[in-house]
Design a protein around this ligand. Structure first.
Ligand SMILES: NC(=O)c1ccc[n+]([C@@H]2O[C@H](COP(=O)([O-])OP(=O)(O)OC[C@H]3O[C@@H](n4cnc5c(N)ncnc54)[C@H](O)[C@@H]3O)[C@@H](O)[C@H]2O)c1
Length: 260
């Protein structure tokens, strides 16, 4: 299969979950990929497990830092000669509470530091990477940005207020990017996943798979898997989506469609 033959892609948050599935799928479709994450060890494991040879490069960056995001984008232009696709997937969610206990609190309970930290990763990484990717795409004559938001970018939640705020902002930033850069042949679209079985939601897997949740809240009766999100990302990244710009592809098994 070669839906991305000749394309160079940067995938952020690539060492686990959805980012890993996207990386794997892109490689299968003929892309050259720079997989970006924070942990050198995890990236080394990824490279070993995917065994994709010269088509896969890894780059360690904390993408909440603008300079490190710039270095991640440069890794693509230096290694593969340009950039066609950026998948802004990196993010922190509930699993991150172990690292930063107040990170998924309500606004009233979150400290300024916790709020800023989640926003800097979940929204800041999208801003930073896109800012550096756009000039590289302009040089290439166009490109495709796919941002991974969440169904929590459309509805509120009782907690995780920084998370929901960042995801909502990603949806609208994507629309603005699409408006500004369409004339330069750069498309920007959003994928909004529902509940997907990845390390991010590990502590909720039992609940999300329980009879109570599945049949009351989730019309599909199951969680999604990362490959189902990668399919959507692939479509929007590829030339098959040449007339999709500023759009949102919700992949959630129908959770958003179901009124409680
Ligand atoms: N799993 C779900 O149910 C779900 C639902 C909706 C949206 N999402 C979104 O999907 C994306 C991927 O999440 P996932 O579920 O695969 O979880 P995950 O935890 O497996 O993946 C997130 C990745 O982002 C990386 N990351 C975090 N902070 C970073 C930083 N500062 N710099 C670079 N990399 C960083 C992590 O190391 C990790 O590899 C996230 O943006 C998440 O918000 C997930």
């Amino acid at each position: 299969m070669s839906r991305l033959q000749g394309k160079v892609a940067v995938v952020t948050g690539a060492s686990s979950g959805i980012g890993r599935a996207v990386t794997e799928r892109f490689l299968t479709e003929g892309a050259q990929v720079v997989a970006v994450g924070r942990s050198v060890d995890k990236l080394e494991n990824l490279a070993k497990e995917l065994d994709a040879g010269a088509a896969l490069a890894t780059h360690s960056s904390d993408l909440s830092d603008d300079g490190q995001a710039g270095a991640a984008i440069r890794a693509a232009t230096e290694k593969f000669g340009g950039l066609d696709i950026l998948v802004n997937n990196a993010g922190v969610g509930y699993s991150y509470r172990d690292v930063r206990p107040g990170s998924m609190d309500t606004l009233g309970d979150a400290t300024v530091e916790d709020w800023d930290h989640v926003m800097n990763i979940n929204l800041g990484s999208v801003v930073n990477c896109s800012r550096h990717a756009i000039p590289a795409m302009l040089q290439r004559g166009g490109g495709s940005i796919v941002n991974v938001a969440s169904i929590l970018g459309f509805v509120g939640n009782r907690d995780a207020h920084a998370y929901t705020t960042a995801k909502g902002a990603i949806v609208n930033l994507t629309r603005s990017l699409s408006t500004a850069y369409a004339r330069h042949n750069i498309r920007a679209n959003t994928v909004a996943p529902g509940y997907i079985e990845t390390p991010m939601v590990a502590e909720f897997v039992d609940y999300l798979n329980s009879e109570e949740y599945r049949y009351q809240w989730n019309p599909s009766g199951r969680m999604g898997n990362p490959e189902e999100i990668a399919n959507g990302v692939l479509f929007l990244a590829s030339d098959e989506a040449s007339y999709c710009n500023g759009s949102v592809l919700t992949i959630d098994g129908g959770v958003l469609a179901a009124a409680p």
